[in-house]
Structures are given as C-alpha cells and as structure tokens.
Design a protein around this ligand. Sequence first.
Ligand code: FES
Length: 116
Amino acid sequence: MAKHIVARAGEISPGESRLVKVQGRTIGIFNVAGQYYAIKNSCIHEGAPVCLGTITGTFIPSAPGEFHYGNEGEILRCPWHGWEFFIASGGSVFNPQVKLKTYPVTIQGDQVMVEV
Ligand code: FES
C-alpha cells in the first residue's frame, strides 16, 4: 500500500466530499466535522456510485412510537436504493458488519493522503 495525495486540507469543507481517482479506483473523500475519510465509490449492495449519494443523518434507535433523527452529516445514503452507511467506518446503519470499502487517510502538513 502507498500513500497518495488527493487534496489539500481546506479544499474539502466540512460536510462536503470530492471524488478522486487513485490507481484506477474512484474514491470519495469526505470531510466530516474536520475529519477526513475515504470510501470506494462502489456500493456493497449492487455497485452504485455510492459516493454520489446524499450526506445526511438518519433515524436513531428510540422507543416504540418515537422517531429521533441523529448523526446529521455522518451518514452517506446510496443514490440507488437508499442504504445508509456511517462515513467514518463504512458500516451500514442496519448492520455495521456490512461495510463499504474504506481506505486509511492521513494528513501531512496541508496534504490529505489516502493509502491504497
Ligand atoms: S446499490 Fe447501493 S443501496 Fe443498492
């Protein structure tokens, strides 16, 4: 695995993302509250370009008859069938063991680097 510069810190604002190409892979770089994450642009369900989905929140566990919304800005919703994933881990909201492919991200100086 090698590190690749994909952006400069500050080019991707909190709550935003950018698609990059690294060694033939299309990867989404996400800034969630100042932390950067990298996710392969392929949904584990049926291969949709998941990184083009909506950055959003989701309904969190609550008592019967109650609906509480949370995790705003931490969830990626696939554009094809609406599966939701935690951007930080790639894990699905309904089953965290079902995961999108993620890559380690490091910041060196003002450079955002992805290890592929
Ligand atoms: S392809 Fe992503 S939810 Fe179906």
